[in-house]
Design a protein around this ligand. Structure first.
Ligand code: BES
Ligand code: ZN
Ligand code: ZN
Length: 501
């Protein structure tokens, strides 16, 4: 998609459709809408008179314009309450318009970016705009018979209401936005794959292919090696499946000192989670092909990092396994010795994510990282607590927790800080082993985090439970339903901001 800055006057913008955000309760009696209305012989007012648009987010009105502008179509897009307008809104508007353009076979559009408070951050707005445009039309149609599909070819942005807009700033933001979107889309594609297509070995093959193509170091440990590494927890989860477990390690060295402590990012890579012997109910079991959403985010982030080349060292760690029941499955009541030496009593084979992460997090600590961030579709309890809108944010370090939370706000991804008091660790004490893999009846997402905390030692660590945010059940204006690539934007923002310090 061609994405670029346009500086022309309204009547001189050479695209097929002008795209104009409309705020709630706004009327074409002043400002941009009035100007546009005058230019187009009153068509804008007639749309308002016919109550075709109210400004609600996601709403659209489609109008053919009289001959007074180069563009012959106008798409009005609801932009919500003007009080809530920020650097994320133009991207949502653009994505909404793109859907309509694809349907109507309109090739080129230009969003008139508004700036009602005259305080818009041009760089972040452009970056989020680019990410939204590049991610909007990615659907779950990879395996559908292709009816001839139409994809728009260009989306421009024109800061009509802003005073100073530097081309270099906009161009840099577009370049970065494109790369981040490519990383997120790579993650979405992996997450969409059926469990039988993307098994651990195939997952590793794809991550290796991506790594080699982008100059990243790639290593993958097979079951033999995992045995010597004493990763009993990871191996136990894979024991019911014919597919062997894999531990992928991807390295990016951008810091001046290649031996400088890396940021470690770790992702849960359960390629299919049937629950194992504690088998899940049939209803939504198919969704568990996305139980490698955290791992996909790590892979997508490494791709973006390889292209952006920040001056920092990053190590991506992906434990991958398939959780199935069979005669060779691990069982409730089993005691596993994790690579760290801690023993774990298995209470529920469906609480498998924390087991594979136990070994992966321990491996991360052996790499002497400055911090560890893990992402996992870990608990249904997280979905109950926060739904699909926000991920749950846990940490053993207040400053890192704040840093990640702030990065997520700048990246336009939502999360919510959760407690992790020592008392929660009491809930995973076992009678027979050091800890057990299930807490009590309540606080499911928190006790899962408390379990992970046992494997990071003193290293500053953040855990994101992305069970709700990795997959959308319904379309949103800026994101089609299905896999979201949640986390790539935040991680990239976090890594780049660490380089600026
Ligand atoms: N992969 C699931 C969690 C999940 C649920 C992810 C919904 C995405 C959407 C995880 O492995 C799991 O099964 N968790 C159990 C934990 C329980 C056994 C302690 C759960 O949440 O029910
Ligand atoms: Zn499970
Ligand atoms: Zn799982």
């Amino acid at each position: 998609m061609r994405i670029e800055l346009n500086r022309n006057r309204l009547d001189q913008i050479d695209v097929e459709a002008l795209i104009v955000p409309v705020f709630k309760n706004e009327t074409p009696t002043s400002g941009l809408l009035k100007h546009l209305d005058e230019l187009c012989s009153g068509v804008v007012s007639s749309v308002f008179e016919a109550e075709e648009i109210s400004g609600k987010t996601g709403e659209t009105a489609y109008i053919i314009l009289p001959n007074s502008t180069r563009a012959i179509r106008l798409i009005l897009v609801g932009a919500g309450d003007v009080k809530n307008y920020d650097f994320t809104t133009p991207g949502i508007v653009a994505a909404t318009a793109l859907r309509l353009m694809a349907k109507k076979r309109i090739s080129t559009g230009c969003v008139l970016v508004r700036d009602p408070q005259k305080n818009l951050d041009i760089s972040s707005t452009t970056r989020l705009f680019t990410e939204a445009v590049e991610m909007a039309l990615v659907e779950q149609d990879k395996y559908k018979k292709k009816e001839e599909q139409f994809t728009p070819s260009a989306m421009l942005l024109n800061f009509v209401e802003a005073t100073e807009v530097e081309s270099a700033t906009v161009e840099a933001a577009i370049a970065r936005g494109r790369v981040v979107a490519e990383g997120a889309n790579f993650a979405r594609d992996l997450c969409l794959e059926p469990g039988s297509t993307l098994n651990p070995v195939e997952f590793a093959r794809r991550v290796q292919e991506m790594s080699i193509a982008n100059g990243l170091e790639f290593e993958c440990y097979d079951e033999e090696q995992l045995k010597t590494m004493e990763m009993e927890a990871l191996l136990a989860v894979a024991s019911g499946s014919e597919q062997p477990a894999q531990l992928m390690v991807v390295r990016y060295k951008g810091a001046e000192d290649p031996a400088a402590p890396p940021v470690a990012i770790v992702g849960k890579g359960i390629t299919f989670d049937s629950g194992g012997l504690c088998i899940k109910p049939r209803d939504a079991m198919w969704e568990m092909k996305m139980d490698m959403g955290g791992a996909a985010t790590v892979a997508g982030t490494m791709l973006a990092v390889a292209k952006l080349k920040p001056k920092i060292n990053v190590i991506g760690i992906i434990p991958a396994a398939e959780n199935l029941p069979s005669g060779s499955s691990y069982k409730p009541g089993d005691v596993l010795k994790a690579a760290s030496g801690k023993t774990i009593e298995v209470i529920d084979t469906d609480a498998e994510g924390r087991l594979i992460l136990a070994d992966a997090l321990h491996y991360a600590t052996t790499q002497k990282p400055c911090c560890i961030i893990d992402l996992a579709t870990l608990t249904g309890a997280c979905v109950v607590a926060l739904g699909t809108l926000r991920a749950a944010l846990y940490s053993n370090d207040e400053s890192l927790k704040r840093e990640i939370n702030e990065a997520s706000q700048r990246a336009g991804e939502k999360m919510w800080p959760m407690p992790l008091d020592e008392d929660y660790t009491e809930m995973i004490k076992s009678d027979i082993a050091d800890i057990k893999n299930l807490g009590g009846r309540g606080a499911g997402s928190i006790t899962a985090a408390a379990f992970l905390k046992e494997f990071v030692g003193e290293t500053p660590w953040v855990h994101l439970d992305i069970a709700g945010t990795a997959w959308l059940e319904e379309h949103r204006p800026e994101m089609s339903k299905g896999p979201t690539g949640y986390g790539v934007k935040t991680l990239v923002e976090f890594l780049l901001s660490r380089c600026k310090e």
